[in-house]
Ligand binder design. Sequence first.
Ligand SMILES: NC(=O)c1ccc[n+]([C@@H]2O[C@H](COP(=O)([O-])OP(=O)(O)OC[C@H]3O[C@@H](n4cnc5c(N)ncnc54)[C@H](OP(=O)(O)O)[C@@H]3O)[C@@H](O)[C@H]2O)c1
Length: 324
Amino acid sequence: MTGDRWTDPVNWGVLGVGYLVTQATAAAIHEAPEARLAVAAARGDVERALRVDPVRAVDSYEAVIDDPTIEAVYIALPNDLHFPWILAALEAGKHVLCEKPLTMSAEQARIAFASAEAGGRLLVEATWSRWHPRMQRIVELATSGALGQVTEFHGSFTFDGVPSGNYRLNAAQGGGALFDVGIYPLHALNACLPGVGVSVTEVEYEVNDTGADLTTKANLVLGESTRASVLASFVTPAQQRLRLAGSDLTIDVDDDQAYTSWKQPSTLRVGDHVEDFPAVDAYSLMFSAVSRRVRGEDAWVLPPDSSITVAEWVDGVSAHEVKA
Ligand SMILES: NC(=O)c1ccc[n+]([C@@H]2O[C@H](COP(=O)([O-])OP(=O)(O)OC[C@H]3O[C@@H](n4cnc5c(N)ncnc54)[C@H](OP(=O)(O)O)[C@@H]3O)[C@@H](O)[C@H]2O)c1
């Protein structure tokens, strides 16, 4: 635990103690001065929940939702469970930070945000890379006009080897590479070209026997002339690229950690020079920002429109006729 504790940190409840929570996000909550890991829930296994050092551990998600001392709920469950638990937490009056992808469809995302708005609660998709200072600089360069007219975007996030039995390989649980890793370049693209209409021009998939995509490659056109390509894969050697070409300047992330730079210094190539960024934990920055917003302070969080638009793009790519 570092940094000055707030006198009144937000009480967080965590649903699910799986890979991400044990490896990164429980520690990120402990690290954020504005947050307290008040309760962690692992189904039927209090001992496992205790391993992430919460104030209290419980063995059901309902026990978190029903706890009147919990102010904000962090959902780190398989993707098909996001929507029902978002609605349950909002109905119980909690603020919600939910892992990406927020929901399984744009329609679900719209319903979830309408519910948050009706209850006066915050709902945020945990696209942690958007809180990284390098990504914020990329977005600033793209949206300020510093690149000139943006002509091309290339984003890829691939790796090789999802363990068998993992929900990522099961379409019914919201598996698939587009949902799991394709969402990162799509969020970057949306942030760099906000409000620009998109058409999906070409899609290639490889799917497994459940219908989950192992690889998705999509080409899109934004506005009149910006060409974008996005590659997501579970069966391709690990690679993370982000390249944005403008009429005046091109920016490139060369370190293969375009979307997951974590606690390491990072760089950004801007034209013919390199910008440096210090090591940060963007998960912790995310919990800090959402906690500040819960307390009514001004802090940047991913806006609903971004989550809904990216969900629409995912719907559009998934529904597109596949190239033979
Ligand atoms: N932002 C990031 O960097 C990042 C990285 C990885 C994953 N994620 C997102 O985080 C979420 C969880 O990913 P993960 O890798 O941590 O997954 P995971 O290791 O499989 O953990 C998921 C947890 O969900 C709970 N769960 C409830 N019902 C389940 C069911 N029917 N089948 C399987 N698990 C069930 C389990 O929690 P208990 O048994 O403890 O209750 C399990 O530990 C996903 O939405 C993913 O997209 C984000």
